[in-house]
Design a protein around this ligand. Sequence first.
Ligand SMILES: Nc1ncnc2c1ncn2[C@@H]1O[C@H](COP(=O)(O)OP(=O)(O)OP(=O)(O)O)[C@@H](O)[C@H]1O
Ligand SMILES: [Mg+2]
Length: 373
Amino acid sequence: MARLAATGAQEDIRLYLAKLVRRYRSSDPVLAAKLEDALKRTAAASGRGAAVLRADTGSTLRSQAIPPVDRDSRLSLVRMFDDRGGIEPPLLPADVLSQLEAVVAERRNVELLERRGLRATKSLAFVGPPGVGKTLSARWLAVQLAKPLWVLDLTAVMSSLLGRTGHNLRSVFDYAREQEAILLLDEFDAIAKRRGDDSDVGEIKRVVTVMLQEIEDWPAKSMLIAATNHQEMVDPALWRRFDAVVHFQNPTQQSIASAIRRFMGADADAFDRLVDPMAWIFSGQTLSDVERAIGQLRRRLALSAITPREALQAMLDERIPPLKKSERLHLAIAWAQSGVFSHSEINEITGVSRDTIRKHAGPANRVGRRRRK
Ligand SMILES: Nc1ncnc2c1ncn2[C@@H]1O[C@H](COP(=O)(O)OP(=O)(O)OP(=O)(O)O)[C@@H](O)[C@H]1O
Ligand SMILES: [Mg+2]
């Protein structure tokens, strides 16, 4: 707050205050009331009191800088990601990343496109399982395009009283449009239920109608991204209206290894040759899982006098037991072939017998054994 005040960023201060009011409203209502009071005073001082108060009660939201809230629950309808500090590109297969890069390139060459009567991509649909980088990719796009990223908070919108969902949706779209922001509609399947659904009420129909209109009218300067784990649940009429669909998948062995190196941060060097063997134990998992496990491992390494190898060992002790027999064998063979562990170490860690390892992976790799850490 002091930093904002020092730079005289009045509008940012008001936004930040509004955020704090929302954050503390339930946990510390007294503090929230004081903050709200302060907010009203800054608003009055800047001559925009009326606008702020209106936003706070959730009515007309055009031409206001305060994000929309639900009138009854007072929950904020959108969340903002502030990645102005920069963000590393998501680790994605080359074809997926190049799809995203193409979108950025189009935005940077809008005039060139316009001269040929073309318009840049303005709406994207992200499909894929949880934890594979859909939200992260939206954040990265926002940074590349130097735009704020607003995420539609579905819980708030859907929990709004019957009849208000459409209104709330419109206020979110209005707000994002006005800010020329990137708007991420997360869990799109939940809002965009098939029109023929059994639970179909008039409300869902209205919501879909609002959506159809909003997507259609979405301005070229902003970007609309819808993310879902279940494309099949989304009304095809809605789906068709997006300019491009990007399919996200569970990470490959190679992206898992890159992710481990990235999440290792300052500890990456210490683990160097252990990274590939480590990547095997995350097969079939998401980078979100990898991030969590590596975080644990680094904390363990930081707080106890153990070597990287021992930290890895501790991680394996937790992760190997639930593996199926065939998965352990797979792991044992991969490790034997990489030469990072000796056969007897592999036997100790995985429980796969040395004979079995030798049978599948060939004799122990002496060069590898000598080079190991
Ligand atoms: N492709 C990736 N590259 C780098 N980090 C990733 C990637 N995928 C996931 N992560 C890590 O996992 C975290 C969660 O990923 P993210 O929120 O983007 O998943 P999501 O696909 O949006 O999942 P959901 O469907 O549950 O919303 C990220 O913040 C990041 O740290
Ligand atoms: Mg997400």
